[in-house]
Design a protein around this ligand. Structure first.
Ligand SMILES: [Zn+2]
Length: 277
């Protein structure tokens, strides 16, 4: 599943490609991609709308239109966009097609069928249930060490589960949560409310550093912007994780083999020597 840095890059790429372009028609080919509407309403909400810009909130891509509507897209496991010449064949699991001016089409395909789209009035975007409960953006001023410490204090869950809860911290998934805890030297199974103020400050810096590095390194890759695939890292060879997916490999810091722990049904990777409760 793409994490926040990848979604950020996809929304930036989309913005470059479709900002200012007109959607001639929008076709919902798989009704369940947009369960709040019908293919007919979907088409009429998008017809002849021009894209003001493409943005992001959490892992949601926001396509802001000049008809005062916003298309919210969540890629989930395998959703991806491609911009293709009108006559070109489409990916097998194409679930939505946007015919653009200039004889091109933006297609959304999704092999795993978990992607979601919804069209909302832009004025009520902040009330949309997908967005209303999200924590502050990791690079916004609202998200700071004091916010993080206060949020940690209010939770009795494990630190790992706290970090991937998008209502507490926006933008950390399984990969970056593990990496941030390693950088901050915090044990993933410790209780969130046991993280002291100085350690919360260190964790805050680690979260920003990990996400910034991910956005930065992916930006350097020569990714074809015409194929806006979710997983940029698969195209770069081996990703440079310190602990994620490195069970049994030597810790870069102390050479102890990296451990794996199951939390909430998902794997967390950590160094049992470096990361303390
Ligand atoms: Zn270590």
């Amino acid at each position: 599943m793409p994490e926040l840095p990848e979604v950020e890059l996809i929304s930036r790429s989309l913005d470059k490609l479709i900002r200012g372009r007109k959607i001639l028609t929008g076709q919902l080919l798989r009704a369940r991609l947009a369960p709040h509407t019908t293919p007919r309403k979907f088409a009429s909400a998008l017809a002849d709308a021009t894209v003001n810009f493409v943005g992001r909130r959490g892992k949601h891509i926001l396509i802001d239109l000049d008809n005062e509507k916003t298309l919210i897209v969540h890629l989930r496991m395998s959703g991806r966009f491609s911009l293709l010449p009108m006559e070109e064949d489409e990916p097998k699991f194409t679930h939505a097609r946007f015919h653009l001016d200039g004889d091109e089409k933006l297609v959304f395909d999704d092999q795993r069928h978990f992607g979601l789209m919804r069209i909302v009035a832009t004025a009520k975007l902040h009330e949309a249930k997908e967005l209303a409960k999200l924590a502050p953006e990791p690079f916004s001023d609202e998200f700071d060490a004091a916010y993080l410490h206060a949020a940690l204090k209010s939770s009795k869950r494990s630190l790992k589960e706290f970090l991937i809860d998008q209502t507490k911290v926006t933008g950390l998934g399984n990969i970056y949560a593990s990496e941030a805890m390693f950088q901050a030297r915090l044990h993933p199974a410790m209780r969130a409310n046991k993280v002291s103020r100085p350690r919360a400050a260190l964790l805050f810096d680690s979260i920003r550093a990990v996400l910034q590095a991910a956005v930065g390194s992916a930006e350097l890759l020569k990714v074809d912007p015409r194929n806006l695939e979710g997983n940029y890292f698969s195209q770069s060879g081996d990703p440079q994780w310190f602990v994620y997916d490195r069970e049994g490999s030597a810790c870069v810091n102390c050479k102890t083999p990296i451990s794996r722990l199951k939390q909430g049904g998902r794997s967390t990777y950590f160094c049992r020597n470096c990361q303390k409760r």
